[in-house]
Design a protein around this ligand. Structure first.
Ligand code: FMN
Length: 322
């Protein structure tokens, strides 16, 4: 008998309950591909600005490239103006995403103080209008990613969640912190549970899922349909295969670093590919004891060759001492 999906986004089945969170500067095509192979159930692009889409900025459009086996693929957009968002979504749909998502969680002042990202949470009626328009503008499902509110005094996650559902959203992802919290404190899983109870559409929980056991723990605690994993997946894509990081042998981690490097160079070219890869490289070494020198060498490597040499030397040293 065929395995049933874990949840469906309108008519799109999703098989699996752990998803790589959208992360600007990290969840690009090379890293998403790695995470999908290891079990991330769907893909979200990094967020892209609606004005950049309308201005046809090449760097913005490039963030929407995806591999066919990433499906279901969600394109995430941010912006503050209803008409701009709708027109940008219409244009993005031409690239063939399965889903379009609106970011209502970015806490950066450069975004939120201009009424985009978490700035939208201050105006739930406006969110309703945007979703009404977006869902009419495109034929694919439209989803939203939110935080709990602007600050502790104005937490409005259940109101926003119901507004999204009432205006056609097909899924809500919720990061259990407010804009004012940024990443401080612990994600409030009770509040994530409140969002799940407030709506009938599927809900993904986000915030502080750090180990394979946390995936099940968050699902049990909050009742969500699936979880997003962000920071804990950087340098540790094996979390999607439900493997403990300490159980991944060094040789396998080294192979993954080489693979990530090669995917990054292939996708971006040398200069940009190497610079973006370096953000990830030292994170792969994070959990390895006694590897400070390797971590520093990777963080400061100046060329792909020096990464490969450093890894090779470290592996040879390990063989020599074992
Ligand atoms: C470097 C970084 C970039 C992020 N960029 C985005 C983004 O583009 N869109 C978005 O919805 N959330 C973004 N987030 C938030 C994550 O998707 C996630 O909700 C948050 O990190 C909490 O989950 P975690 O504890 O698993 O990291 C970003 C987070 C980080 C750390």
């Amino acid at each position: 008998m065929a395995t049933p999906p874990s949840f469906t986004i309108r008519d799109i089945p999703v098989y699996g309950d752990a998803v790589l969170a959208p992360m600007s500067g990290y969840s690009d095509l090379p890293f998403r591909s790695i995470c999908r192979e290891l079990g991330s159930a769907m893909s979200y692009t990094e967020f892209v600005p609606a004005p950049g889409i309308l201005a046809r900025a090449e760097a913005v459009w490039r963030r929407l490239l995806f591999a066919p086996d990433e499906r279901p693929i969600t394109f995430q957009i941010f912006g503050a103006k209803e008409d701009e968002l709708a027109e940008a979504a219409r244009r993005m749909e031409q690239l063939g995403p399965d889903i379009i998502d609106l970011n209502m969680g970015c806490y950066a002042d450069t975004v939120a103080l201009h009424g985009a990202g978490a700035g939208l949470l201050c105006e739930s009626a406006k969110i309703g209008g945007i979703f009404k328009k977006l869902t009419r503008a495109v034929s694919v499902p439209v989803t939203g990613k939110i935080r709990l509110g602007w600050d502790d005094a104005t937490r409005n996650h259940t109101t926003v969640a119901r507004t999204l559902e009432d205006n056609g959203a097909s899924l809500i992802a919720v990061h259990g912190r407010t804009k004012a919290q940024a990443y401080k404190g612990r994600a409030d899983w009770d509040a994530i549970a409140e969002v799940k109870v407030a709506v009938r559409i599927p809900v993904l929980g986000s915030g502080d899922v750090k180990t394979p056991a946390d995936i099940e723990r968050m699902k049990q605690y909050t009742g969500v349909d699936g979880v997003m994993i962000g920071r804990a997946a950087i340098g540790n894509p094996w979390i999607f295969a439900r493997r403990e990081r300490r159980d991944v042998p060094f040789g396998e981690a080294a192979d993954m670093i080489r693979r990530h490097l090669s995917l990054s160079l292939e996708f971006y070219g040398l200069a940009e590919g190497f610079s973006l890869f370096r953000r990830h490289a030292h994170k792969y070494i994070f959990a390895i004891p006694m590897a400070d020198s390797l971590r520093n060498a990777l963080a400061n490597a100046r060329s792909p060759e020096s990464v490969l040499d450093t890894l090779g030397a470290y592996e040879a040293g390990m063989v020599a001492v074992s």
